[in-house]
Ligand binder design. Structure first.
Ligand code: BG6
Length: 491
């Protein structure tokens, strides 16, 4: 088992500390890393938000997320010791600077200590919070800023955010989160591709027929509907998570795993993505929205009922993407993501080409091309489908069987949540797990093209019952190419 290496002592300020992300993900992530001994004792956590709360009140609220159900006495004791590092500060991050003096006093004045500012806030105020950090002299030479997605809602707003943040922090101190990059199985993509000789020679249009990337969720938009209704699946999931996955699958081998070497290769993929415009949009994109149905065995409302009015926000999107470069010419990348789908699963499927010449007799059964299934969540694993001979007498009978690597069986350990890994990566200064400014802006340019085409063209939002694989039009997207989506059972 890999040894757990503690990070350097650090101070972290979480802006937006009373919000969902901070309570559900960030504070628990820090707690778990501390429990594992990765966070040194002289580190400090400052939770900052507008509400007038005492530190004790905040600890009580945050504890509800950590000490759920029948938390053991040991865990309660650990929480009590962990929270000795935690202070709450009421700070008005946007206005007249109220609370900044207290915030400064809560931080270690040593300029050599690593200092993190985590903005779990709406992106529209990233710029003003950064200005305030600068004006109040909180920005030290070893400070880093962490930005949650979404970075803007289109190319122009993303550029404004990046410029505003860039006035206070240099690019190498800016950590833009895409939490998919913190997932164990997503990190493994680079290893799978570049630490094995076997795949790379066929990893191109000569060997690969097409690629499918699916990120399906069974949950609905739920409490986040006010944000989600302004975003939709394209902005919420494709612009960031799905395009990052696509980049990791399609990029050229970087010269090293050094952050900028990897980011430069990802950027080339984003730049080579064929633009989808009003002429191509109807053949390349399907939008959907869930209506009432049965999800996880419960009857659920449709999206419009949840929002309380008719809306054309897409809760599902499927895209036929193409990458215009030498390696991928003619290989479609089918992307799909949606809420309230049949099950929660994220996977990447690489469908190889058939063998060039079939020498097996016709009655032996169908010869099927190899398929690599990379299962990101849940049941993380990698499966390679191969043709074999069904053992036994009576001539050749073909069987399509999996060579299966299940992470749960092979590694027998739980992995840290993506946020745990990402927070420790920020402290270490490992920018490789974060998006560079040009990646984010280029990804927006591509998705903006689709949104503009939706406005210009006649692009209906097709309804699909909650608990299904999305609208039937998504099947036609592949059907037109004589292909079909593979799902967990057929893959
Ligand atoms: C977030 C989106 O970035 O990712 C959410 O804003 C989505 O809408 C979530 O539910 C999915 O993340 P995960 O890790 O549960 O697959």
């Amino acid at each position: 088992m890999a040894e757990l290496v503690p990070v350097e002592p650090f101070d972290i300020v979480i802006f937006g500390a009373t919000g969902d992300l901070a309570r559900r993900k960030l504070v628990p992530a820090l707690f778990h890393r501390w429990c594992d001994g990765q966070i040194p004792e002289n580190s400090r956590i400052v939770a900052a938000a507008r509400d007038e709360l005492s530190t004790a009140d905040y600890i009580k609220r945050a504890g509800e997320m950590v000490l759920t159900g029948g938390a053991s006495a040991e865990r309660r004791d650990a929480w009590a010791r962990f929270t000795q590092h935690l202070t709450y500060c009421a700070v008005d991050a946007t206005a007249d600077g109220k609370g900044w003096g207290e915030l400064k006093a809560a931080l270690d004045p040593d300029p050599k200590k690593i200092r993190l500012f985590y903005l779990a806030l709406p992106p529209s105020i990233y710029g003003s919070v950064c200005d305030a950090i600068g004006e109040h002299g909180l920005n030290t030479p070893r400070s880093r800023i962490v930005l949650e997605k979404p970075i803007g809602h289109d190319f122009h707003s993303a550029r404004q955010v990046n410029e505003a943040v860039g006035r206070v922090f240099p690019e190498n101190a800016i950590f833009r989160i895409d939490h998919y990059l913190g997932k164990e199985t997503v990190q493994n993509l680079l290893i799978l591709r570049f630490a094995n000789m076997l795949l790379e020679p066929v990893w191109n249009s000569g060997g690969i027929d097409h690629v499918q990337i699916t990120v399906a969720e069974s949950l609905g938009a739920g409490k986040r509907a006010s944000y989600y209704d302004r975003a939709g699946a394209l902005r919420d999931m494709v612009q960031n998570h799905l395009l990052q996955l696509l980049c990791l699958v399609a990029m050229e081998p970087p010269a090293s795993l050094e952050a900028d070497a990897v980011r430069a290769e990802k950027l080339k993929v984003l730049r080579a993505l064929r633009r989808i415009d009003s002429k191509s949009v109807n053949k390349a994109v399907v939008r959907g929205q869930y209506e009432a149905g049965v999800s996880d065995r419960e009857s659920v409302e449709g999206y419009a009922e949840e929002v309380g009015e008719a809306t054309d926000t897409e809760t599902f999107v499927a895209i036929r993407g193409e990458i215009d470069n030498w390696r991928w010419a003619g290989v479609p990348f089918y992307l799909r993501t949606g809420k309230r789908m049949r099950s929660r699963r994220s996977e990447i499927i690489i469908q190889f080409k058939p063998v060039p010449h079939d020498i097996i007799q016709a009655d032996a059964g169908a010869l099927q091309p190899n398929r690599l299934v990379i299962r990101l969540q849940p049941d993380e694993g990698v499966k390679l489908m191969l043709m074999t001979k069904d053992p036994g007498p009576g001539g050749v009978r073909l069987r399509y069987v999996p060579l299966n690597l299940s992470f749960a069986d092979e590694f027998e350990k739980d992995y840290p949540d993506a946020y745990e890994r990402l927070l420790m990566a920020v402290v270490r200064g490992n920018l490789g797990l974060f998006m560079r400014r040009d990646e984010v802006e280029t990804a927006w340019r591509w998705t903006d093209g689709i949104i503009a085409a939706w406005h210009d063209g006649d692009c209906p939002v097709h309804l699909y019952p909650a608990g299904t694989d999305g609208p039937t039009q998504a099947s036609l997207l592949l059907g037109r190419d004589d292909r079909e989506w593979f799902d967990a059972d057929t893959a």
